[in-house]
Design a protein around this ligand. Structure first.
Ligand code: SAM
Ligand code: SF4
Length: 475
């Protein structure tokens, strides 16, 4: 069956489940990759058209090395076309790890009695935010276990606290959330606190597999979780993030399901997810994933390339669960946002310790514990443009996630200039001498690349104002 928004507009109802495992497996079982079909699909995607489920199924079934290379090359080309070389940076901040659920893969699960449980006090939250600001962070994602203590009002309160923390030139300009699904009223409450994106990962879209991993608490209800971002949309929160925890079930099924979820949101709310996340299962206390579903580095790279091609306008988030070399490799194929300077042990930003060691204090292990400054340094060396931009959301340019993708010249007029300005601020306030030198050279080169005298002059003037001490200038 061909996907058109109309197809799903007829079959999909707001707040009603939309995953049919038989349908998804049929797409996968029927897909026959040939050189001709793969090339046709890649051409469609490079033309910035969304792919339908049967086309995505062809890509996930492609094993021939030469064809896989074509898929990766196309993803790289599309990424450069759509996003240029910008990489948006953020950091996660764990607010509380109390949890009433029992997800077998997670260190915070209720049955893990060895976990050290805590919730940051207001003072601890403020101190952690100050430490993050001191490193140069401007965008955070707040993370919570699922617990009655973490009500929508509590979440909204922590968000407001974070926005209120200003240290020297530091401030947090965008707070995203990764927390349990809420009711419509709850989503309204957190939206009113001024959040950016609300993320809920389905973990696995396969209902039977889902049951085996989620045996306790509210999260055991597959459909309640599946429809959670519909409730966000009903609440007027149109900036949502979806995701899968790769390693729980067959990755091909999950990739098609992420696209199916995107189709559902587009059909019902005329706007797809702002971001897609694709964490891979990492070690945690007393849990071993099923080797059958383990995602190899090779397949992981392919997953990212396929997602880039399937949903060209959506941000793809890559986290520090992955090692530095893998992150470097897959950035090419379409990730637009990464975390940096990540610590996931509760309250760890105020302490000078490496968070990698203590599984009793963490949800899982991370594999990239470089500082923000090390990550920025490496990005610059590879000619990526690090960005802390938060302009669209603060200028009210939300909901139209297609904008940077579909409005001609949007990136050159807004995204790249704002990336240049936020990097200039970072250099003035936080960079080492060595990083500053490289960064100014990159800033000059990127400014010249803007190719429009008016824009170039406006950017240059603002850089001078930043050098003179002004902050938070954006287009
Ligand atoms: N408690 C909320 C929930 O479950 O949605 C939000 C926070 S949870 C701490 C964030 C995400 O971490 C989960 O959605 C899951 O995908 C991921 N996660 C859990 N255990 C993991 C593991 N062992 N390795 C990698 N990611 C994991
Ligand atoms: Fe709790 Fe979320 Fe971990 Fe599940 S994934 S145990 S809900 S923190």
């Amino acid at each position: 069956m061909e996907f058109t928004p109309e197809t799903y507009r007829i079959s999909d109802q707001p707040q009603k489940p939309f995953i049919d495992p038989t349908e998804i497996w049929e797409y996968i079982d029927e897909a026959q990759p040939t050189e001709e079909t793969v090339k046709k699909i890649l051409a469609k995607s490079l033309n910035k058209q969304r792919l339908n489920l049967s086309e995505v199924a062809v890509l996930v079934n492609t094993k021939d090395a030469a064809l896989v290379k074509l898929i990766k090359d196309a993803a790289q080309e599309l990424k450069e076309k759509v996003y240029g070389n910008r990489i948006v940076l953020f950091a996660p901040l764990y607010v509380g790890n109390l949890c009433m659920n029992n997800c077998s893969y997670c260190g915070f699960r209720s049955s893990n009695t060895s976990a050290v449980r805590s919730t940051l006090t207001k003072d601890e939250l403020i101190d952690n935010v100050k430490a993050l600001e001191d490193a140069g962070q401007k965008r955070l994602i707040l993370v919570y276990g699922e617990h009655k203590k973490y009500s929508p009002e509590f979440i909204a309160d922590t968000v407001k606290t974070v926005y209120g923390v200003k240290k020297d030139n530091g401030e947090i300009r965008r707070v995203n959330i990764n927390a349990a699904p809420l009711e419509i009223e709850g989503f309204k409450t957190v939206k009113d606190a001024g959040i950016g994106t609300y993320q809920v990962f389905q973990e696995t879209y396969h209902p039977e597999a889902y049951k085996t991993y989620h045996k306790g608490g509210k999260k055991a209800d597959y459909n309640y979780r599946l429809t959670s971002l519909d409730r966000a949309q009903e609440a007027g929160l149109d900036d949502v993030g979806i995701g899968v925890l790769f390693g729980l079930y067959d990755w091909r099924f999950e990739v098609l399901s992420l696209v199916r979820h995107t189709n559902h949101l587009e059909a019902c709310y005329k706007v797809g997810p702002h971001t897609i996340s694709f964490p891979r299962l990492t070690d945690t206390v007393d849990f071993k994933g099923n080797p059958e579903y383990e995602v190899s580095d090779e397949d992981f790279t392919k997953i990212i390339a396929i997602l880039r091609l399937a949903v060209p306008y959506t941000g793809l988030i890559l986290t520090a669960r992955e090692s530095a070399p893998i992150r470097k490799e897959v950035l090419k194929y379409g990730c637009s946002q990464i975390d940096a300077g990540t610590k996931i042990e509760m309250g760890a930003y105020t302490e000078n310790k490496v968070s990698k060691q203590n599984l009793n204090r963490e949800q899982f292990l991370i594999n990239d514990d470089r500082t923000l400054s090390q990550v920025i340094d490496e990005l610059i060396e590879q000619e990526y443009l690090p960005s802390f931009c938060t302009a669209c959301y603060r200028k009210g340019r939300t909901g139209e996630h297609f904008m940077e993708f579909s409005v001609p010249g949007f990136i050159k007029r807004f995204c790249s200039p704002n990336a240049i300005l936020t990097l200039s601020e970072y250099v003035m306030d936080y960079a080492s001498e060595a990083t500053a030198k490289k960064a100014w050279a990159l800033i000059e080169k990127e400014t010249t690349k803007l190719n429009d005298e008016k824009v170039i002059n406006a950017v240059k003037k603002r850089i001078e104002r930043i050098k003179d001490g002004e902050r938070d200038l954006y287009f």
